[in-house]
Design a protein around this ligand. Sequence first.
Ligand SMILES: [Zn+2]
Length: 444
Amino acid sequence: MMNEEHLKDLITYLKFPSISTDSSYSNDVKDCAEWLTNKMIDKGLESQIYETPGHPIVVGKNKHREGLPTVMIYGHYDVQPADPLDLWESPPFEPRIDEGKIYARGSTDNKGQNLAHLLGLGEIINEEGELPVNVILLVEGEEEIGSPNLGPFLEKYRDELSCDVIAVSDTGMIGPGIGTFTYGLRGIACMEVTLHGPSTDLHSGVFGGSIANPSTAIARIISSLHDSDGKIQVPGFYDDVREIQEWERDAWASLPVNEAETLELTGSSELFGEKGFTDAERRWARPTAELNGIGGGYQGEGSKTVIPSKSFAKLSFRLVPDQDPEKILKLVQEHLESHLTPGTRIECEFGHSGKAYLMDPQSDYGKAAQNALRETFGCEPALIREGGSIPIVQTFKDVLGADTLLLGLALPDCQIHAPNENFLIKNFYDGIRLNRLLIKEISN
Ligand SMILES: [Zn+2]
């Protein structure tokens, strides 16, 4: 039976334009945090707002009892900007319900999902008087801008936030009705390369043929990163890569995701990548070297016969366990330096990075998550890794020493960060049930 009050709460929550990146919405962010803390109290938790140098963090707790496991549930109440507004079929902060979906900015990412957790806790407290576990519900307001104040907050309140396991619903499901447990994420390392040549742009007629062209030279070093099959050629790059387990290969091969779907989603004519691996294996468990941008020389209309004085490339590397981002960036730098054309000089600037994350889905908490998903959705949960990175998950591991159960409810067509973001109302109610079952499983 669906509780109408829950849907009303969701609609109210979605009306706050809590856009974290735009300071003109700071008061809306604040109002949203206040609504949330009151809702936590209303549902039977103790709650407090913690100010940060940026947007506040809202924390809810039940009365903790000795001897019970402590579960942290993490989410975020901030949202992405709604632009471009003219592509929305209804205003982004006036929730609209149509054919079983609720349309609003933040509906899937992440208000619908974190509210489902809170309401699940509220139902248990309402029926049983208290929760069978210790809970810390942490909902921040800066996820969409990279959580700049969450790490310091975790460090500062390390003791108060100490927990045995963390649950996060901010990832995807592989399809409607298929409970999905994401037990691994790729890491990332970024680098910007500038290749310097002559001290000024040169006439390619006067000097061409006798002076190295930095654009040609950068194309050369970038192409040295892969062989013609897409395998990375940087010495030592694969040394620490953990092999894909046999059970993972089997599990992924049996998922209802296929290569035709990838082609359709991407509009590509065929797949390309490292030999000996499937599409899912390449995206979830193999590292990459990606050229995200390249430039230099004349970009305007017509031709201009110039040898540019410099060129640049922006690179990023998706990493897998047990690769170390710093080590990888150094190996890449050495490799690039060894492929320089005479007369050019390279400058490498390291950008942000984060390690890959992997937990054992057959651990006790992993099994609890699987049981909760199985019971919620009535089928065997899909066990997957994701190709993207959620750096905060590794921060949780580093600061609090706890694994994170990623139990997302986003569907491939929910349009997060895009116009007409939507959340299946069934998933909202399933999320409430999932929370209840997870809490029960963890208490066992
Ligand atoms: Zn987001």
